[in-house]
Design a protein around this ligand. Structure first.
Ligand SMILES: *Cc1c(COP(=O)(O)O)cnc(C)c1O
Length: 385
């Protein structure tokens, strides 16, 4: 296997985990569409016995994502939620998890509606101040789960400070790195133990695959998670693995454009007479700017804003009148999307909790794509007129 560890990010994105097929020289990793593998005699196989456990197309992708995160190990799952589910299964009844008050809606739903029934306790707190996290740690706390930038209000949580606190208390620190992608932020390098991705988003990048991933460097954590991965079985198929390997080859180029388009859209929205709050971490006066500058390479293409007067009707009208932006859930694809969190991605969170976190009825979230910026600005201009 080619050693790509010392190459730059773009070279890794294209080559890590991949080499020409030894039988034909095919430059792209083949789609090994098989459920099982023949054995010469019982137990005598080439490292592949059954495809839930291991598939060569998936192995190439796992290696590639791990290298992009600077991790020793990668595991791919059939969805981001499948990956998160595996992490929570490291815990036991009675254990406590400290997490943020502005989380991906599906994560909140899984924590409160599924795992709370198994006796695991989740505390949803403001994580922007590390001292606030510290105050909530008890001898039962086993995990800190954080997302940064958060969805949808782009709060920035200090990964290095959280990881340090977790280490002091012998707690696992897991980071949902979906919004940043490995191009913008590498939590393991900042001290975190586990990185989670909804690969569906920037890593896949083309809105054609649902997938998740975990990365880690600790041998024991890897062994536990690999055991859960195979035992519980939320593993992705080879065709999807191929599509993501292909998508990742342009991750660095796409992210550059997401970031530059994101900045121009944020600049256009800033000070627009219809807009009340604007959430994007890249202005020097944005909340969390200094931490974002420290831990991220750039500020990304995710932007949210609320409207003066907080009218849901007006927000719906804007969302429905966009022509280049499509009204849809999800994010991170090449095409620009607009989403109304309160009724779409975050509808499973009670209104009271949503309002507290700033997810008000007029809030709209943009996933700025990589189209021509002039067309994106013109579209926003007409929708906000
Ligand atoms: C989409 C998303 C998830 C869930 O991932 P799926 O691939 O949809 O299962 C988790 N966290 C964040 C931040 C997301 O945006």
């Amino acid at each position: 296997m080619k050693d790509t560890k010392n190459y730059g990010f773009g070279t890794k994105a294209i080559h890590a985990g991949q080499e020409p097929d030894p039988t034909t020289g095919a430059i792209m990793t083949p789609i090994y569409q098989t459920s099982t593998y023949t054995q010469a005699s019982p137990g005598n196989h080439k490292g592949y016995a059954y495809a839930r456990g291991k598939n060569p197309t998936r192995s190439a992708l796992e290696k590639c994502i791990a290298e992009l995160e600077g991790a020793k190990y990668g595991l791919c799952f059939s969805s981001g939620m499948g990956a998160t589910d595996a992490v929570v299964k490291l815990l036991r009844p009675g254990d406590e998890v400290i997490t943020g008050d502005d989380l991906y809606g599906g994560t909140f739903r899984m924590f409160t509606k599924v795992f709370a029934n198994f006796g695991i306790k989740f505390l949803f707190i403001d994580m922007k101040d590390v001292n606030n996290i510290k105050k909530h740690i008890t001898d039962k706390t086993k995990m800190i789960w954080l997302e940064t930038p958060t969805n949808p209000t782009m709060q920035i949580i200090d990964i290095e400070a959280c990881a340090k606190l977790a280490k002091e208390h012998n707690i696992i620190c897991a980071v949902d790195n979906t919004f940043a992608s490995p191009y913008l932020q590498n939590p393991l390098a900042l001290g975190a133990d586990i990185v989670m991705h909804s690969v569906t988003k920037y890593l896949g990048g083309h809105s054609d695959v649902i997938m998740g991933a975990l990365c880690m460097s600790n041998d024991e954590l890897y062994n536990q998670l690999a055991f859960i991965h195979n035992s519980c079985g939320a593993t992705p198929g080879p065709m999807d693995s191929f599509l993501v390997l292909r998508g990742i080859k342009t991750l660095h180029i796409r992210m550059e454009r997401h970031c530059s388009n994101g900045r121009k859209v944020a600049e256009f929205l800033k000070g627009h007479p219809k807009i009340d709050k604007l959430y994007w971490p890249g202005f020097p006066d944005s909340e969390g700017y200094s931490i974002a500058k420290k831990q991220m390479k750039d500020f990304g293409g995710m932007i949210s804003f609320s409207l003066k007067g907080n009218s849901q009707e007006e927000a719906f009208k804007i969302a429905s009148s966009m022509k280049v932006f499509s009204l849809a859930e999800s994010l991170g694809g090449v095409e620009s999307l607009i989403n109304h969190p309160a009724s779409m991605t975050h509808a499973s969170i009670p209104k009271e909790e949503r309002d507290k976190a700033g997810v008000v009825q007029s809030l709209l979230r943009l996933s700025v794509g990589i189209e021509d910026i002039d067309d994106l600005i013109a579209d926003l201009k007409q929708a906000l007129s």
